[in-house]
Design a protein around this ligand. Structure first.
Ligand SMILES: [Zn+2]
Ligand SMILES: [Zn+2]
Length: 355
């Protein structure tokens, strides 16, 4: 099957289009014709910041993929023709951590665009294990295209796992630092779990996009210092009859400034979930965790078992994706990478191959 993909050959070098033959799937594998693949902060990290991919370059990046199964190994024939979301991290399912219920730390996990060729391509070969089936009738009823739900693979499921793992319940106060792609969904998911949500960012346009769509209060961290931000949240909590303790703080900005803001919002019994990634270091008084009997949780990916529930939130209209997504032709990938990096594209860019 004639296919093409865009390869990263070296950090910062123009991505190169390559034609390839989408080979016959190995046992347990399928070939997915890509409907869309979202551009994630992590892709930009590989491309602009020199974060290393596990697979040697050249490599097609992209791990936020939806599409349709167009070829399947003999043991995966049930997937033929099915619309799917490919999990951003695919655990092996058989190793010690997987069997102990810790698939996120599986050492044999496969991440498209990191361990194997990713979704900035017309086709991708992936393990069938963990694929999330998309009900196309419900998708159409929700007014969505298959490409739109590519963002479920990472931008949505990563915060979904963070919110569910942190233990957000109705009546919780959730604070999301960084209202970009992942943070925006984190706010919506926390709201869907019944929390009142405060969103903090340095970009007023991103905050405006979340008002009435996930965030009950938005705060511009550029317009006020840490103390004023915390005081505003305390006043909001009081006015909403929410507790002054046990706040859930989700660091989604993946920036040193955001991490400092998030850490500064610890209160007694707080939960700090680190969802964003940066290579930068921050200086904090770690003992605040001890003094506040608080906890900090890291989050890597999301187990495939949680994908159907996350997708349900979208198909049921509890989480909006369409206002936060914009489509671009895959062949404009070089332009789109630079535009996202320069913050000229505010919504999630989903690259659409010309299939
Ligand atoms: Zn990502
Ligand atoms: Zn495993």
């Amino acid at each position: 099957m004639q296919a093409y993909r865009w390869l990263m050959t070296a950090p910062g070098a123009p991505l190169m289009r390559e034609a390839f033959e989408a080979s016959t799937p190995e046992p347990g594998e399928v070939v997915v014709q890509v409907a869309g693949c979202g551009v994630c902060h992590t892709d930009l990290g590989y491309y602009f910041d020199g974060v290393r991919t596990n697979h040697a370059l050249p490599l097609a990046l992209g791990h936020e993929i939806s599409g349709r199964v167009v070829a399947a190994a003999a043991d995966a024939q049930a997937w033929l023709g099915v619309a799917v979301i490919v999990p951003a991290v695919i655990p092996c399912g058989t190793c010690g951590p997987c069997q102990r219920g810790r698939p996120n730390i599986c050492r044999s996990q496969k991440m498209p665009g990191n361990d194997i060729h990713g979704g900035f391509a017309s086709h991708i070969r992936v393990p069938a294990k963990g694929l999330c089936r998309v009900d196309e009738a419900r998708l159409a009823a929700a007014g969505l295209a298959l490409a739109d739900v590519s963002v479920v693979a990472d931008a949505l499921t990563t915060p979904y796992q963070a919110v569910s793992r942190a233990g957000v319940t109705p009546g919780s106060l959730a604070i999301v630092v960084g209202a970009g792609g992942v943070g925006g969904y984190c706010a919506q998911v926390a709201g869907a779990f019944g929390a009142k949500v405060v969103a903090i960012d340095v970009d007023e346009a991103k905050l405006a996009a979340l008002r009435g769509r996930g965030a009950d209060l938005t705060l511009d961290a550029r317009a006020q210092d840490h103390k004023a931000v915390k005081a505003a949240i305390s006043a909001f909590a009081k006015a909403q009859d929410l507790p002054a303790t046990e706040w859930f703080v989700f660091e989604c900005s993946g920036s040193a400034a955001g991490q400092l803001t998030a850490f500064g919002l610890l209160v007694p019994g707080a939960t700090l979930s680190v969802v964003g990634f940066t290579l930068d270091k921050v200086e904090v008084r770690l003992s605040n965790l001890m003094a506040f009997d608080a906890r900090a949780i890291g989050n890597w990916g999301c187990p495939p078992e949680l994908y159907p529930a996350a997708l349900d939130l979208v198909l049921d209209g509890k989480v909006q994706v369409r206002p936060f997504v914009e489509h671009h032709p895959l062949d404009e990938i070089n332009h789109v990478f630079h535009a996202v990096h320069a913050h000229e594209i505010k919504r999630r860019a989903v690259l659409i191959p010309a299939n």
